[in-house]
Design a binder for this molecule. Structure first.
Ligand code: DGY
Length: 326
C-alpha cells in the first residue's frame, strides 16, 4: 500500500459523523448524491484506490473483483452480511474482506420482535384501515389476531442475532426452539431456555412462529423452499430479517394467499428493492424496507467498525472483522 493517506472509495452515502471521520483519516472518495453505482462506475472510482467500502446494495461479484485495479487490497463492507461479495474471487485476488458484526445485533433483533408482534396482531393492517377513514369503531369480533404468548418460536440461525431474538421473546412468554449448523453450548442453551432441533423439517412442523436469522450462503439459499414451507402449520407466521434469498418468496406468497401459512413479517426480499408483486396484495403480510440495522446508533457504530478495519489493515495489523471464505 502506498505511503500517505489511503484512498478509500465509498459506494453509498454514510452517516455524516462517519464520513467526517473518514475524511480526516483517509483520502475518502464519497458518493454525496447517493446514487447506486454500476459495476463499471465502482471499478472506475477505484482507480488508484486502496480500499473499497461497499454495502448490501452493491453486487461485488467475481467479474467486478477481477476488474478492480491491483491497488485495491481491502474490501471493508459497511454491513454484516457479505452474500453480495464473491469471497472466493476476492481470496483469489488476495483482497481481504471485512464486515461489521456485533454492532447491529440488538437493532436487528428489535426489528424481528416488531414483526413478530405486528404480523399476528394485524398492526399495519389496522393502521391502513384508520388512514382509509373506514374504521367505524370497536367491536367484539373486529380485526381479531393471534396471541403470541405461550406460542413456540423456531429460530433458524442461532448466532448473535438469533440469540438476541431468543432473549427478547422470552419476555413475550414464547418458548424458544432453534435450528443451527452447530448446537449451542449447554450453558447458553440453558440460559436461553432454548430447545435444539437437529432436523429443520421436524422443527418447522412443530412451530407457531419461525424467525430467520441465519446468513445467506449457498447452503441457505431457498432453505425455506416450497416443500419446507408446506411443513408449516396453517396458523404459523414467518418472520425474516436476514436475507430474502433464504425463502422462495414466490412460493411463500402463493401459500400466504391460499391460507396455507397464516402470515409473515418481512424486512428483506429476494430481489431488493423489487418486491414479489403477489405479496403487495396480501393483508396478512407486514412489509418493512430492510430496516433491521436502521438506527442512528447502529449505522454510526457500523461506520466506526469500517474505519477500525481500514485503519488496522493499513497499519499492517490484522483487521478485527476479517471475513474468511467458508
Ligand atoms: C447487514 O448489515 O447485512 C444488513 O442487512 C444491512 O444493514
Amino acid at each position: 500500500m502506498a505511503k500517505g493517506k489511503p484512498v478509500v472509495v465509498v459506494t453509498r452515502q454514510l452517516p455524516r459523523e462517519v464520513e467526517t471521520r473518514m475524511m480526516e483519516l483517509f483520502e475518502a472518495r464519497l458518493n454525496a448524491p447517493d446514487n447506486r453505482m454500476s459495476a463499471q462506475q465502482i471499478i472506475d472510482a477505484c482507480d488508484g484506490a486502496d480500499v473499497l467500502v461497499p454495502t448490501v446494495t452493491d453486487r461485488i461479484d467475481a467479474d467486478l473483483i477481477n476488474n478492480l485495479p491491483d491497488s485495491v487490497e481491502l474490501i471493508a463492507n459497511f454491513g454484516v452480511g457479505v452474500n453480495h461479495i464473491d469471497l472466493e474471487a476476492a481470496t483469489a485476488q488476495k483482497i481481504v474482506v471485512t464486515n461489521t458484526p456485533g454492532v447491529l445485533t440488538d437493532d436487528t433483533a428489535d426489528m424481528t420482535a416488531c414483526l413478530l408482534l405486528a404480523a399476528p396482531r394485524r398492526l399495519v393492517e389496522g393502521e391502513r384501515l384508520i388512514r382509509s377513514g373506514k374504521w367505524d369503531g370497536w367491536a367484539p369480533t373486529f380485526m381479531i389476531g393471534h396471541r403470541i404468548s405461550g406460542k413456540r418460536l423456531g429460530i433458524i440461525g442461532m448466532g448473535r442475532i438469533g440469540q438476541a431474538v431468543a432473549r427478547r421473546v422470552k419476555g413475550f412468554g414464547m418458548t424458544v426452539h432453534y435450528h443451527n449448523r452447530r448446537r449451542l453450548h449447554e450453558e447458553v442453551e440453558r440460559d436461553l431456555e432454548a430447545t435444539y432441533w437437529e432436523d429443520l423439517d421436524q422443527m418447522l412442523a412443530h412451530m407457531d412462529f419461525i424467525s430467520i436469522n441465519c446468513p445467506h450462503t449457498k447452503e441457505t439459499h431457498h432453505l425455506l423452499n416450497a416443500n419446507r414451507l408446506a411443513l408449516l402449520k396453517p396458523h404459523a407466521f414467518v418472520v425474516n430479517t436476514a436475507r430474502g434469498e433464504i425463502i422462495d418468496e414466490a412460493a411463500m406468497a402463493q401459500m400466504l394467499a391460499n391460507g396455507e401459512i397464516a402470515g409473515a413479517g418481512l424486512d428483506v426480499y429476494e430481489r431488493e428493492p423489487e418486491i414479489e408483486p403477489a405479496l403487495l396484495d396480501l393483508d396478512n403480510v407486514v412489509l418493512a424496507p430492510h430496516l433491521g440495522s436502521a438506527t442512528h446508533e447502529g449505522r454510526i457504530a457500523m461506520g466506526e467498525k469500517v474505519i477500525v478495519n481500514i485503519k488496522s489493515f493499513v497499519d499492517d495489523h490484522r483487521p478485527p472483522d476479517r471475513v474468511y471464505e467458508v
